[in-house]
Design a protein around this ligand. Structure first.
Ligand code: NI
Length: 179
């Protein structure tokens, strides 16, 4: 299970960090994105028998997953606030922008696998959430690339949680409706 007080502390921190940010191509607060990813992870945690999973850790990584990438929060800040395990999880979920763009996803996925099942679930939950209706300016070529990348994520990270993987698979299939 998970700890509600830790959830709240983490949400307040992440909400503050993202307070000026919007969901791309919308007026929505970015907090909508991170809470949705946390919801996907929470929902997966109650499906089936997964006593091996650290729910609190999974939900913390979900709420914080974009903080290093998109805000002024650093890896060191996360260590101070939440400890090394959470900071390492979030760092794995962060693209290394020093690498060529084409290799950033594969590099992040490799680092995610090294962090364990919970972090893999967060990345899949993130992509489930991002397979909603794409922004108007995306052409079909871009959508197809995004769908293909989602398939790559599923292939690299699958094998840890049937329910969340089935949900990602379904989102990949229905993404077709947009192009
Ligand atoms: Ni995200």
């Amino acid at each position: 299970m998970w700890n509600q007080d830790t959830y709240l502390k983490t949400l307040l921190f992440a909400g503050q960090a993202h307070s000026k940010q919007k969901v791309p191509s919308s007026d929505l607060s970015y907090v909508v994105h991170i809470t949705n990813v946390a919801m996907e992870v929470t929902n997966a945690l109650v499906q089936g028998d997964h006593e091996d999973l650290d729910g609190t850790f999974a939900i913390q990584c979900a709420l914080l997953h974009d903080t290093i990438e998109d805000t002024t929060v650093t890896y060191e800040d996360l260590i101070v606030e939440f400890g090394v395990k959470v900071a390492d999880g979030v760092l794995a979920l962060t693209k290394n922008e020093k690498l060529p763009k084409a290799t950033q996803m594969a590099d992040s996925l490799e680092r995610i696998v090294a962090q364990g099942k919970e972090v893999r679930m967060v990345k899949m939950a993130d992509r489930i959430n991002n397979l909603q209706k794409p922004p108007k300016h995306w052409d079909s070529a871009k959508m197809k690339r995004y769908q293909k990348e989602a398939q790559f994520i599923l292939e690299q990270l699958g094998g840890v949680h049937d329910y969340i993987e089935a949900r990602l698979k379904q989102k990949i299939e229905t993404y077709q409706q947009y192009f």
